[in-house]
Design a binder for this molecule. Sequence first.
Ligand SMILES: [Zn+2]
Length: 548
Amino acid sequence: MRSERRLPAEPLRLDRLIRAGAIHSMTGDTYRSVGLRGAEIAAVSPEPHGLDDLAGSGTLVVDGGDLTLLPAFADSHEHLKEASHNTLLVPVQQAHSITEFTSMVADAARAAAPGSWVLTSMAWHESNLAENRLPTIAELDAAGAGHPVLARRGGHFAIANTAALTASGIGPGTADPPGGKIGHLPDGRPDGTLEGGAVWKVFGFAPPPAQAELVEGLARGSAAYAALGVGTIREAMINLDEFLAYQAAADQGKLSVRARPMIQVGNELTQDQAIALVDGLGARSGFGDDWLRIWGLKFVLDGGVEGGALEQPYANDPANSGHLNWDPAVMTRVCIDAVRRGWRIGTHAAGDRAVRTLLDVYEAVVAQTGPLPPWTLVIEHALLSDPAQRERAVKGGFGVTVQHSLLWNMGSEMLQTWGPDRTRQVNPIDEWLALGASLAAGTDLARPFNPMTNVWGMATRGTKAAGIQGPEHAIPVATALGLYTMGTAALNHEQDRAGSIAPGKLADLIAYRTDPLTADLDDLAELTPVFTIVGGRAMHDPGGLLGS
Ligand SMILES: [Zn+2]
């Protein structure tokens, strides 16, 4: 009763009042206090005590003179569904050797129902194994003890055992699927490695998790991202069943971060099937609410580090220059239909040949539809691009999502497959910005990753295991933070609702004990938030500063 009376009589009474050493709005202002009410920011002040008259007996006051507040990170391209699904799978990312890897698989196989699939998390990499190699098909056959085993590694690569290949109809004579590659042993038998479309050919036979399981996964997964300071994730690829799981998770209040999903238009579809899928969606970009809002459609035009479509051959394989997954003419027609129905489109284009082809497609779309609002047609990654391509993208108004974290994570593989010159040119954010490009920062690692490590990487060009790559492309910390907050808000068409600390915006805030804008760069890489607030709710507050 008390709160019911209090609110109408005193409409500006704050739920939370936070005083801090610095509150960086990310639009140029620095404040010392911020007041939250409901899901929104109600007031800001340059004075620590400037909002005291808005506090009442029901206001929780945080006196954080040693804290620096920022808007929560908004990841422009991350696979929250995959990361959440991973929490349900064999956690081989924790293995330090092939033996540990295979014994985790063997334990899971023993616990699994007869004949059922054993799937590993995709958040592992052989460079974290002492042997620095992939497990072999023979090792996975032994560990799986008759169960089909599929170990996806990232979004474009996997290794399967013989039972999984057999269950998927893959044998010695099986041709590579469109946009994919089945690896072979010297004697011609499959070696279990699967790239691009070949991953999906096998993964499609593994039963998906039940919706209730995925909802639990999303609860766990999204909480792990919030704990690292993430408030919003543009979910980079789901199908319609997975969208239902998102909706259930949102309805049940189980999402700790906001989600902006992209619905996959698979390249296995014919033109007619793809258009039928889009026409049958019965919605368009922007549908939803502050927690769950459809961003748009997702196309995948080429592979990753092992299959990206390059202008020049791979450094380690002169016969290979990667693959394109779509016929550009078909993709153009599908995109025109989608844009006319109100859809935004994001397309994975990793290699420079894919970027050039995508520019052809997008320019052809705009020629038919006329000018489109910013961030309608988006290039995802553009890991490699040349100056002419970058100019075309800017001129066409095609925004780009950039992920330094991919260079951070896979710099060693890029050195091997693309060579040193191309590796140091990966994601030259400085050059894009110099041309006036619209950029939004994110991760694409399909696992919770400290955004501050990514900021450190953008500001240093540092990587996990490949040293500094292309230091000339480093950008200031403030710029990196801007791309990770306001940049993604613009990408999500929410620049008036999110991305900065201002009255009327969503109360998505994070706090650090060190000011990232003045800290030593080297102190940024490991910096983690002391709390994360999303929509006014404490999503991460291990120290109990927010009374949670
Ligand atoms: Zn992705």
